[in-house]
Write a protein that binds this ligand. Structure first.
Ligand code: PLP
Length: 408
């Protein structure tokens, strides 16, 4: 921990120590073990990375095989794993045909924005207030949180923001100069906001009216997180470009991707196939792992488990909201993408510390610290969800008593 203070990021070290975190040592399934051997139930899932839990054996086996064979690409030959993964993604991501592999969510968004600009050379992009798309300069231009943006002004010009789930505001913002609208099917870091079912179809309609592209950012919602394989499937809307990352790497390696329709690919990369490139993107290690991650998700019924255990967990959390209405303003979510909104600032942080004390890992959403997120591995059982609810109840009670003592 001292080395974090001395050599990594002193402020971050302080935050992590406040929350009660020690040094992570190893992990398996839904559990993380720290340096002292203490076991924590992982209810954060690495911000959506650990959909299969930690070190799924089939994924680890695929990674080991790639390590023994050829983990990184020569970048001159065709790659079997890249081809197989791209084919599989085209089969399961609605409306998408072509895949560009990269290494993270922010890179996926960078590529998506570049493809959208190449499509028709239009200047404007519309995003949503509270939307999170990454923190590199292009994706940050689309991230709707001033705190992260302002220190880096000027960002890419002509990015505008409208409230999420507000059709009229979007209608007023999109015009014939709009290259793309970028939106998450469920807003994650903004505080887990599930839109009305009619929202995405309207977004698509508005895009089509102005021949603007729709970019759906499925970096967090993809691969079963919301109780459907992809968040867009709740409303049946397809996009022109889709971004993927987080759980794509099976919880074992970093991986990201953006996908597009044949028309997008032709217009973006038809003339110059090396207009957008990545040294590490498409490496056999990440691609073979991603393919196995999808197979495991399908074979083990994890999308359905996400839906069922998610409903169970939401019901448990709502019961606690009823018990502590002065502390909890709302419980919302879909599948195992769940947020609890507190009634006041700073309660979330206290509550997280209290949960960690009781061996459950949680965190707040990046763009909305009032919201604690519950995004456990999709392999979580109903019994484990009950443990989470019990621990959360004790933590809310403890935080409420603490506040009463401080505020009088
Ligand atoms: N897009 C969404 C919807 C995200 O939730 C995130 C990260 O939380 C990103 C993009 C950025 O991903 P990364 O942190 O891998 O760059």
């Amino acid at each position: 921990m001292q080395k974090y203070v001395d050599y990594v990021n002193p402020g971050l070290a302080k935050l992590m120590s406040f929350a009660g975190y020690g040094v992570e040592d190893h992990a398996e399934g839904c559990y993380i073990y720290d340096h002292s051997g203490r076991r924590f139930l992982d209810c954060l899932g690495g911000y959506g990375v650990f959909s299969l839990g930690h070190r799924n054996p089939k994924v680890v086996e695929a990674a080991k095989k790639a390590l023994d064979n050829m983990p990184l690409s020569s970048k001159v030959f065709f790659g079997q794993a890249y081809a197989d993964l791209a084919e599989k993604l085209a089969q399961i991501v609605p409306g998408m045909q072509f895949t560009f592999m990269c290494n993270s969510g922010t890179e996926a968004v960078e590529g998506a924005l570049k493809a959208a600009k190449m499509f028709d050379h239009r200047p404007k992009v519309i995003s949503t207030v509270g939307g999170f798309h990454g923190k590199s300069m292009g994706s940050l231009s689309a991230t709707g949180k001033d705190k992260y943006r302002e220190p880096f002004y000027p960002l890419i010009p002509q990015f505008d923001f409208v409230p999420f789930n507000d059709v009229d505001a979007l209608n007023a913002a999109v015009d014939d100069h709009t290259a793309a609208v970028i939106v998450e099917p469920v807003q994650g870091e903004g505080g887990i906001h599930v839109p009305n079912l009619g929202y995405l179809p309207k977004v698509k309609e508005i895009c089509q009216k102005h021949a603007a592209l729709l970019i759906l950012d499925e970096v967090q919602t993809g691969f079963g997180r919301t109780g459907k394989m992809f968040g867009m499937e709740h409303s049946g809307v397809t996009a022109d470009i889709v971004t993927l990352a987080k759980s794509l790497g099976g919880g074992v390696v970093p991986a990201g991707a953006f996908m597009g329709t044949p028309e997008v690919w032709e217009r973006a990369f038809g003339e110059n196939p090396i207009l957008h490139t990545s040294t590490f993107g498409g490496n056999p290690l990440a691609c073979s792992v991603a393919l196995v991650m999808i197979e495991v998700t399908e074979e083990e019924g994890l999308v359905e488990n996400s839906r069922v255990v998610g409903e169970h967990l939401i019901a448990g959390l709502r019961a606690i909201q009823k018990e502590f209405p002065e502390m909890i303003a709302g419980v919302r979510g879909v599948g195992l993408m769940i947020g609890v909104e507190f009634a006041m600032d700073d309660i979330g942080e206290l509550c997280i510390a209290s949960m960690v004390k009781r061996d459950v890992v949680a965190a707040y959403t990046l763009n909305n610290p009032r919201v604690i997120r519950f995004e456990p591995p999709l392999i979580m059982t109903a019994d484990q969800a009950d443990t989470v609810v019990e621990v959360f109840r004790e933590s809310v009670e403890e935080t409420s008593e603490l506040l009463a003592a401080v505020l009088g």
